[in-house]
Every structure is written in C-alpha cells, then in structure tokens.
Design a protein around this ligand. Structure first.
Ligand code: C2E
Ligand code: CA
Ligand code: CA
Length: 420
C-alpha cells in the first residue's frame, strides 16, 4: 500500500534508496511525532499555533544538511531521511534531535516543553522498499509514543530506547521467568463512585528479574508479544484470576469483578478461542465476574473476525472493556458494531481534569455516549483529591487510580476491601 506522504518525498526516497543500494551506507528514515499538543489549546490561538509550527520548522532545519530529505507529513509529524554509516549514527542523530528540543518554548507568556517520539528504520536492514521503510519507522514511533516521552525506537524489534543488553536479556529470560515465578500478578482496586465501595480489580503483571530487579510491564509485555510468550503469560494471568476468585469466595467477598489484560496479538489468533475454551472448562473461573480488557488497536482491522471472537466470549458471559479509550483508533461505528460492555477512559483525559474545562466537557460527553450505548464507564489514573472531587459528579462510574489504591498483592487487596 502506498503511503499517504507527499508525492515528491516518495520520489526522493526512491532516488535515495537507489543511490544507497549501490554504496556502503545505510539510509535512515526518522518518523518524528511531537506530543499531541491539544492540551495547549487553552493558551494558544490559531496565530500562535502557526508561530509554533514555524518555530519547530526552523529548529529542524538547523539540524539538517543540504542533502537530507525533510517533510512535514501531519499535525506535528515529520519525516527526515539521510545516509548514515551505521545504526549508531542514526541513533546519535535522533538523540541530538531530542536534545535540541529540550529547551522550553515560550508562547503567550506560557512556558511549555515539546516532547518528541522518534521511530527509526534503516534501509536495507529493517526494510527493503519505501513503504516498508516508512511503515516500520511509523509503527516503531507509535510503540515508543505509548511508552513515554522523548523516546527513540529503532527498527522492527526494539520497542524503546532501552539498552540493547537489557532488551536481549528480556527476550532470553522471559520464558524461564514465567516458570520460575519471577513473573507474578498484582491487583489494583476499582472504586464505585455511587456506592463508595470497591467492586473489582485489574490484574497487572510484575517481573522481578534476578539481575535487573523489577522490570516494567510496559517494557516486557511488548517483547512478550513479539517472541510468543504473550500466550503463556496471558494463560497464567487468567489462571491467577481463577485462584483469586476462590480466595475472594472464601473471604465472603462476592460481587467482585477481576479484569485481565488481553493483548491484541494473542486475542487475534485462533489459539485464543481454544485457550479460553480450555480454561473455562478446566478451571473454576467465575466467568460472570471475569472481564477482558482489550485495547483500541485491535479495532483497526479485521473487525468481523474480532466480532466473532468477542461474541464467543459473550457466550461465557465474559465482559469486554475497551482499555485506554480515547487514545487510539476507535471510530463510533466500532462501538455500535462490537459487543463492548465498558469503556475505560484513559488517564490522559483525567489528569488535571479539575482545571481543564475542555477535559471536563470531553469526560461528560464520553459518559453520556456510554450511557446511550448502555456501556459502563471506568475512569483510569485518578491520583489527586481534586480529580476525585470532579469524578464524584458521576455516581454511575467506577474509578481506578493511585488515589484509591496502588496495585497490591492479593492478601493486601483482600484486607483493603474488608476494611472499607
Ligand atoms: P494498563 O492496562 O493501562 O494498566 C494501567 C497502568 O496504569 C498500570 O501500569 C497501573 O499500575 C498504572 N496506574 C494505575 N493507576 C495509576 C495512577 O493513578 N497513576 C499512574 N501514573 N499510573 C497508574 P503497569 O502495571 O505498569 O502496566 C502498564 C501496562 O502494561 C498496562 O497498561 C498494560 O497495557 C500492560 N500490562 C500489564 N500487565 C499485563 C498483563 O498481564 N497482560 C497484558 N497483556 N498486558 C499487561
Ligand atoms: Ca488495562
Ligand atoms: Ca489502561
């Protein structure tokens, strides 16, 4: 598929590729996205936004050589391409780019920082065609964008700017880690605003590496998705849920849901359905109280296949939550078409909601839409008393965040429920 990039950039990339393929160098393509700057709406008007774009453009130009390709391809998104001698050189350029933008911007007497995520792909290591070159850099950029700010990702595999030694260790040690119980699960409570009670928890993976110490799931889950370990890991998390249901029952904690994260790369395999069938018939899974969190990225393609999978889950009464809602690709069409039970509003909508009227309007609109579609709403990442005060205006929703509880081991969670 041809990319939606300017025609002349496409032609120039073609010329660069043919030159590169006859020499010793690599062609590095950088897909650069600055943070979604929508949050600046409050302080900037149109003219000032143009001024900011011009400022960015000037700064980028100062980094380029005459032979470099450069194109603006979307709102705060850019492509740069040039020859490099090695992958290391490409990485150095990306670092230099981020460093150049590390000074604050001042517009309309407001000071703020620009953060960029950069995906790099190299011809002919990561890609053999123009489309592959752009696609790889773009998807790498998207991966790193999810993980934080000012991050660089290289090629098809390396998900963040983690040192390659750590990356290689994760790849290597992940299978044994599951067997050795270095990977375990914690529970983050969910608080029903209306009844002021804990009514459920999300199960989150943790890894205590013997050499590196705790490794964030944001780092090892994407690797597990690539090396096939996501299937055993997910099975492990569902079995953990079944054991937790037994403990909760023994403690007389009823009407309590447990949510498990299901990665798209596992959900969309035929193995997934088989696995769920096996687990539901062999484990004491309280499926009425089991929930699966899926992220919006699965909604991109194959919606018919996804619908079938979700309908199968419905037969077991497992509820489906759309995780990180608002950050991805959901079109309203999907919400009408797919059997989704709950929307989990992403933390980015909730952070500082008490001071942003726009966020408040968005939040209200999402909850009203969910009510119209007969979906529940869970608000994620509530940290402060002020955020909690705002959320209290919505008695129908459930809230999750450090304000109520950090992710806890099972016993600690049980104690917490019993003392509320
Ligand atoms: P997620 O599914 O969006 O999970 C919520 C993340 O936000 C968790 O990070 C949680 O600890 C954190 N969090 C909760 N409340 C707050 C808050 O008030 N403030 C802030 N700043 N953060 C909060 P965690 O545990 O590091 O997990 C990160 C991501 O890793 C998860 O994001 C999920 O995508 C993935 N993940 C974790 N466990 C699993 C798993 O068992 N399977 C799969 N497939 N993915 C998992
Ligand atoms: Ca989740
Ligand atoms: Ca989430």
């Amino acid at each position: 598929m041809k990319q939606s990039v300017p025609e002349d950039l496409y032609t120039q990339l073609g010329q660069k590729i043919s030159l590169t393929s006859s020499g010793p160098n690599l062609l590095a393509l950088y897909y650069i996205a600055f943070d979604d700057l929508a949050y600046l709406d409050d302080v900037m008007d149109r003219i000032q936004e143009d001024f900011l774009i011009e400022k960015i453009d000037k700064k980028i130009h100062s980094l380029l050589d005459a032979a470099d390709l450069y194109s603006k391809i979307g709102a705060y998104q850019y492509i740069i391409a040039h020859d490099v001698e090695s992958a290391k050189d490409a990485e150095e350029f990306a670092k230099h780019f981020i460093h150049t933008f590390s000074e604050p911007c001042i517009i309309n007497s407001h000071m703020f920082y620009l953060f960029a995520s950069i995906g790099i792909s190299l011809y002919s290591i990561d890609a053999q065609t123009i489309d592959e070159l752009i696609n790889t850099a773009k998807s790498t950029m998207k991966q790193v964008q999810k993980k934080g700010k000012n991050l660089i990702g290289m090629g098809q595999t390396q998900p963040t700017f983690a040192s390659s030694e750590l990356y290689a260790s994760i790849m290597r040690d992940l299978p044994a880690a599951l067997e050795n119980n270095e990977i375990y699960f914690v529970y983050q409570l969910q608080y029903a605003i209306g009844t002021k009670r804990f009514t459920g928890a999300e199960i989150l993976a943790r890894w205590e590496h013997p050499h590196y110490g705790p490794i964030s799931p944001s780092l090892f889950i994407p690797i597990a998705e690539q090396n096939g370990m996501i299937a055993p890991l997910t099975i492990h998390s569902i079995i953990t849920a079944s054991k937790a249901f037994e403990v909760l029952q023994a403690e007389r904690i009823h009407d309590f849901t447990l949510s498990v994260n299901i990665s798209p790369s596992f959900l969309m395999t035929s193995q997934f359905n088989e696995t769920i069938k096996f687990l539901t018939s062999n484990y004491a899974l309280d499926t009425e109280k089991l929930r699966f969190e899926i992220t919006e990225e699965v909604l991109m393609d194959h919606t018919d296949y996804l619908k079938q999978t979700l309908l199968t889950l419905k037969q077991y009464n497992i509820k489906i939550e759309l995780d990180d809602f608002g950050t991805g690709y959901t079109s309203l069409k999907h919400l009408a078409y797919l059997p989704i039970d709950a929307l989990k509003i992403d933390k980015s909508f909730v952070t500082d909601i008490d001071t942003s009227e726009k966020k408040q309007s968005l939040f209200r609109a999402i909850t009203e839409m969910a009510r119209a579609l007969d979906m529940e709403v869970i608000a994620e990442g509530i940290e402060t008393e002020e955020e909690h005060q705002f959320i209290q205006n919505f008695p129908a929703i459930t809230a999750q965040g450090y304000k109520y509880a950090k992710p806890l081991p099972l016993e600690a969670m049980v104690k917490c429920i019993q003392h509320t």
